[in-house]
Design a protein around this ligand. Sequence first.
Ligand SMILES: NC(=O)c1ccc[n+]([C@@H]2O[C@H](COP(=O)([O-])OP(=O)(O)OC[C@H]3O[C@@H](n4cnc5c(N)ncnc54)[C@H](O)[C@@H]3O)[C@@H](O)[C@H]2O)c1
Length: 328
Amino acid sequence: MVSVCDINAKSMKLYAKRAKVGSVYTDFEKMLKEEDIDAVDICTIHDQHKIQTIMAAETGRHILLEKPMACTLQDCRDIVRATEKAGVTFMIALVLRYLPSSQAVLELIQNEELGSIRAVRGDSILKQSIILPHDHWMFDGNRAGGGVLITLSNHIIDLLRYFLGDVKRVSCICKTMNSLFINGAEDFASASLEFKTGAIGNIFSSFSIGRTPWNIKYIIYGESGTIYSNPPPIEKSHQQIGNAVISSRTHDKDGITSKKGEFTPIKPNYKYIVGDDPFANEIILFVDCCQTYKTPISNGKDNLDTMKIIFGLYKSSDSNKAIDLSNL
Ligand SMILES: NC(=O)c1ccc[n+]([C@@H]2O[C@H](COP(=O)([O-])OP(=O)(O)OC[C@H]3O[C@@H](n4cnc5c(N)ncnc54)[C@H](O)[C@@H]3O)[C@@H](O)[C@H]2O)c1
């Protein structure tokens, strides 16, 4: 690590000390001008993502950008155009893709071990008011681009899209029930997805539920089997979304389960990733892509189709209509 930048000098100093980095900045543009940096890892507020990513791309830096890509679909498209024009590696940090369990589930689906996938469900549940200071930007739709859907469910929606492919139609109800959430940031959402394969999806999201048996969970129903993630105990889970997730399956074919209907743990898959820590996997793969010019699996162009789902869900809730994503 070459340099640390945070607009807040206190945070910048704290992190630089922990990371043992001497070169520090409170101005991102100045850092890009002065330092010999190959790549940046942008972990700022959502409303800063567009300007910082385009600035980094235009100075030839590779970019690892935290989700969500940006606060509007047009901003996402502008970012992808700028990074493609600059010819830099551009990866969105969608950490759930880099879990060994996710890699295992993807391979099982691709090998058609569940037959055709008929339906999926995904939950994303946290209570932000006990995790964050109440003036935090994540409560503010103007800074975050929305609420729980864009900030948290982004992960599970992207993961289900990684497993099943693109979505063609969505509908959604978003609600703001806790007054800490302002400027259109929803703290509850219930969404339906129709994938291009014909599978249907059901997404439940909340930033205002404190008592829940899990934070992040998915279930995949195939014609001949089911996979579900098995989240870690709730006390441990919010800091390590999915880190300890073990997936299980049941299957009708002989030899896959000992008893029909029994769920057995799926072996983690390390063909593409190196270890159990999805954040480390993500960063190691990003560096590899920068050095070898490979395209990251969660590249910016791919992520446009996840962001289309997110913005389609907001449009559906605002208009009270189902949204065909090919029109976005
Ligand atoms: N993948 C995950 O599991 C995960 C988890 C949490 C957050 N995130 C994402 O990471 C990003 C940051 O979230 P967070 O929870 O760390 O937020 P945070 O508020 O804790 O940190 C954001 C930091 O960005 C700094 N900042 C804001 N504007 C800046 C600017 N113009 N230049 C330099 N620094 C600036 C702030 O001072 C702050 O220190 C968001 O995109 C969020 O969605 C991802």
